[in-house]
Design a protein around this ligand. Structure first.
Ligand SMILES: [Zn+2]
Ligand SMILES: [Zn+2]
Length: 351
């Protein structure tokens, strides 16, 4: 089969022929139809410090996908109660947890201390086939298009972050209008926020956020949030912050614009350590919570339920997908994603 792989420790990727993966007794083999390109994949391609410290080539990369079950491991029928079948269309939770650490045993699998990520720690989904433990497979209804199914992983990041606290009537600040920030904006709108302001340095991406439901979009290069608050008629500061940029200046400005007692959920990964005004966090009694991945599987149920009954949210989430390339044109897909004049970039493995 074809697979987009990191073959040696160093920059670059190769589309190579490899044997098809074989499912273990509790695994499912899936034919990949679409796959989403993520910032993580760009880091892996460029081989930065994080990639060098984390990845052991050879490795098939990719963790956002939608496909069709083609084979079940021998025990899957019993262990899943007959829930899975060949031919089903599915997405997959890319975090494979250990099942025996304290958090796993307590049902908090998203905070497993031994998590292995597909496409990072084990072979991933930029390939014609991927193998995943049966418990990680999420069956999709016909109403979910292959493209939409391929972005359930980042949609899950957005959902996990945005639904940390009740949104009804709250003023929400989203810093970072990449695909996850745009999707979080759509979820905040769906979940009843009053005003949603989104910041970024790219007018293109701010346009996507606007279409997904932002009341105000702010280019941080030219406009200050304090100004925007006045425009919206806000008097006391934002109630909820969703940090999607990993950019220290964005975080500092967010903390400067939160109401006392504000709550901040942080998903954007910074490159390096940085300073923030902890005095403000303390005296304003701001809650900061780090978010990673998706809750298994509450986030998945929430995503599916929200999309099922809201055509508006389905359209808003789909609108984040701006480019689709055949898998053979993976290099163009990566260049496009790196260029930033895009939302979500999808690779079509059927083409
Ligand atoms: Zn991703
Ligand atoms: Zn565990």
């Amino acid at each position: 089969m074809r697979a987009l792989a990191k073959t040696t420790p160093g920059p670059g990727l190769d589309l190579i022929e490899v044997p098809e993966p074989r499912p273990g007794p509790n695994d499912v083999k899936i034919r990949v139809l679409r796959a989403g390109l993520c910032g993580t994949d760009l880091h892996l391609q460029q081989w930065d410090d994080w990639a060098a410290a984390t990845v052991h080539p050879p490795l098939v990369i990719g963790h956002e996908f939608y496909g069709e079950i083609v084979e079940l491991g021998d025990d899957v029928g019993v262990t899943t109660g007959g829930r899975l079948a060949v031919g089903q269309r599915v997405s997959g939770e890319g975090h494979v947890v250990c099942g025996h650490c304290r958090n796993c045993r307590a049902g908090r699998r998203h905070v497993c201390i031994n998590t292995q990520g597909i496409g990072v720690n084990r072979d991933g989904a930029f390939a014609d086939f991927v193998v995943l433990p049966a418990g990680n497979v999420w069956v999709q209804p016909d109403s979910i298009t292959p493209e939409l199914g391929a972005i359930f992983d980042p949609f899950g990041n957005a959902t996990h972050t945005a639904l940390q606290w009740p949104m009804v009537g709250e003023d929400v600040l989203v810093t970072g209008a990449g695909p996850i920030g745009v999707m979080a904006t759509a979820i905040a709108r769906h979940a009843g926020a009053r005003y949603i302001a989104v910041t970024d340095l790219s007018d293109y991406r701010l346009g996507l956020a606007r279409r997904a439901g932002a009341d105000l979009v702010v280019n941080s290069a030219t406009t200050r949030l304090s100004q925007v608050q006045r425009e919206l008629g806000m008097k006391e500061g934002f109630d909820i912050g969703l940090e999607m940029s990993g950019a220290p200046p964005a975080v500092r400005e967010m903390l400067d614009n939160m109401n006392h007692g504000g709550r901040v959920a942080m998903l954007g990964l910074p490159k390096d350590d940085y300073a923030v005004n902890w005095g403000k966090v303390i005296t304003h009694m701001i809650t900061i919570k780090g978010i990673y991945g998706r809750e298994m599987f509450d986030t998945w149920y929430a995503m599916s339920a929200m999309l099922q009954t809201s055509a508006e949210l389905r359209a808003a989430i789909t609108s984040v997908i701006t480019h689709t390339f055949p898998a053979e044109e993976w290099a163009t897909a990566f260049d496009t994603a790196r260029g930033g004049q895009c939302g979500k970039v999808i690779m079509d493995w059927e083409a």
